[in-house]
Ligand binder design. Structure first.
Ligand SMILES: CC(C)(COP(=O)(O)OP(=O)(O)OC[C@H]1O[C@@H](n2cnc3c(N)ncnc32)[C@H](O)[C@@H]1OP(=O)(O)O)[C@@H](O)C(=O)NCCC(=O)NCCS
Length: 272
């Protein structure tokens, strides 16, 4: 298999390649080459996945402050479509962790869409980041190709890169279904005529110490073919998370789709 290098990006040409990737992945440009280059020089991080001299993925993070402490805010990560699911996202995050630790930082934060199961699998399952906030319609109606027509709900995650819990998660890998298979499910689901996952019933009266919340294993086709259903998922998942977070639960982990789960995937929410 082709060798792909993960390294800090340096040249204007490489930063221009990040602009191209943004246009391909989101359909709009958020951060231009000039800003990428100054961020790289003055305390932030711009890391790339480079295949034969071509940038096929990047992370962009700037220095920020939270609760009085310096952190990296990782505003963007993208991998070119044909290079996904080969561990490049994970490798870039691990390289970012090493670099941030070397800079004396203890935390990297970012937001992601709770209905993007690939991101959930990587952020919570693999990396052991913690969800610290849920923000409905965080960026308004995002001008992004990924979310066109949807409100931009986001989880804010805090990846405590120096913590023992994160070191353990990186060593041991994502949780197994056996760890969560028995907990009650908040949303009963079924398939509609097109085969898309639909919520059949929501239960907002559960009180078990841990609960599961199912999300679709992918919403790409749903967003393209059944936008009203994708909107319904947006609103129903918002209702679930807002309700249970207000009731004292926190989003604790993510079970990726597997044979054990019958291809389903679940957030695990835990009462604090
Ligand atoms: C998010 C993104 C950067 C991940 O990059 P990647 O190189 O594909 O990531 P990895 O291969 O390291 O990890 C993906 C994980 O998701 C898993 N996965 C793939 N499809 C999945 C699905 N439908 N549901 C759940 N998990 C899934 C993979 O198996 C892998 O987990 P594993 O390593 O435990 O097997 C890439 O998908 C992307 O560019 N997405 C569009 C932009 C975006 O959403 N950016 C992040 C927010 S700013």
């Amino acid at each position: 298999m082709e060798r792909i290098q993960i390294r800090p990006l340096k040249t204007l040409e490489e930063f221009r390649a990040c602009e191209r990737l943004q246009l391909e992945v989101w359909g709009s440009l958020a951060v231009g080459a000039e800003l990428l280059s100054v961020t790289q020089k003055y305390g932030g991080a711009v890391l790339g996945a480079v295949a034969r001299g071509r940038v096929v993925g990047f992370i962009y993070a700037f220095l920020a402050r939270r609760h009085g402490r310096l952190i990296h805010w990782s505003h963007m990560m993208a991998v070119e479509e044909g290079f996904r699911d080969r561990g490049l996202g994970l490798r870039m995050k691990l390289a970012h962790r090493r670099r941030a630790l070397a800079q004396g930082l203890r935390s990297i934060m970012w937001t992601y869409d709770p209905l993007q199961s690939r991101n959930a699998a990587l952020n919570l399952g693999r990396l052991g980041a913690r969800v610290v906030e849920f923000i409905p319609n965080c960026y308004g109606r995002f001008p992004s190709a990924i979310e066109r027509g949807l409100e931009s709900d986001r989880f804010v995650v805090d990846w405590r890169i120096a913590s023992r819990a994160v070191a353990r998660r990186l060593r041991e890998g994502p949780p197994r279904n056996s760890a969560g298979g028995r907990w009650p499910v908040v949303n009963e689901t079924r398939r509609d005529a097109q085969g898309f996952l639909v919520n059949a019933r929501l239960d907002l009266n559960l009180r078990a110490p841990r609960l599961r919340v199912e999300i679709p294993a992918s919403t790409d086709a749903m967003r393209a073919q059944e936008l009203p259903l994708a909107r319904r998922w947006r609103l129903e998942s918002r209702r679930i998370f807002q309700h249970y977070l207000a009731a004292g639960y926190r989003v604790a982990d993510f079970l990726p789709p597997s044979d054990e789960t019958g291809g389903k995937c679940f957030y695990i929410v835990r009462r604090e």
